[in-house]
Design a protein around this ligand. Sequence first.
Ligand code: CMP
Length: 134
Amino acid sequence: AVERTLSIIKPDAVAKNVIGQIVARFEEAGLKVVEMQMKSLSKEEAEGFYAEHKERPFFGDLVAFMTSGPVVVQALEGENAILVNRELMGATNPKDAAEGTIRRDFAESIDANAVHGSDSATSAAREIAYFFGK
Ligand code: CMP
């Protein structure tokens, strides 16, 4: 089915000047950018976005990292967009990410891991509404 998923190009990838290379991978895989905004997240915005991780030990570092510089937030649309985007990104930890994936090619660490992508249809709906409304 045609789905939408939320993608964030994180501060490390923006700083590396690879926004275009990452978006090109989405486009080459048949995902269409239907919403896109470059912005600096406030602490409150980052905390609200990652609310499900609030009790995790890495939450403070995650929020600090996501507010350390501008990000590019996008909604991507396409057939099986959620899974396709997850396959393009690779494993959360770039050390475990398969060859040819975004995280393998552009990410440094589990914190500075280049991209975020929705992990399910439920989170995609919540995350897209969080940044772009209904
Ligand atoms: P992301 O897909 O944006 O969702 C939460 C983020 O927390 C994740 O990518 C990682 O960048 C970061 N993170 C840091 N440590 C961990 C961990 N141990 N497990 C999962 N995510 C982590």
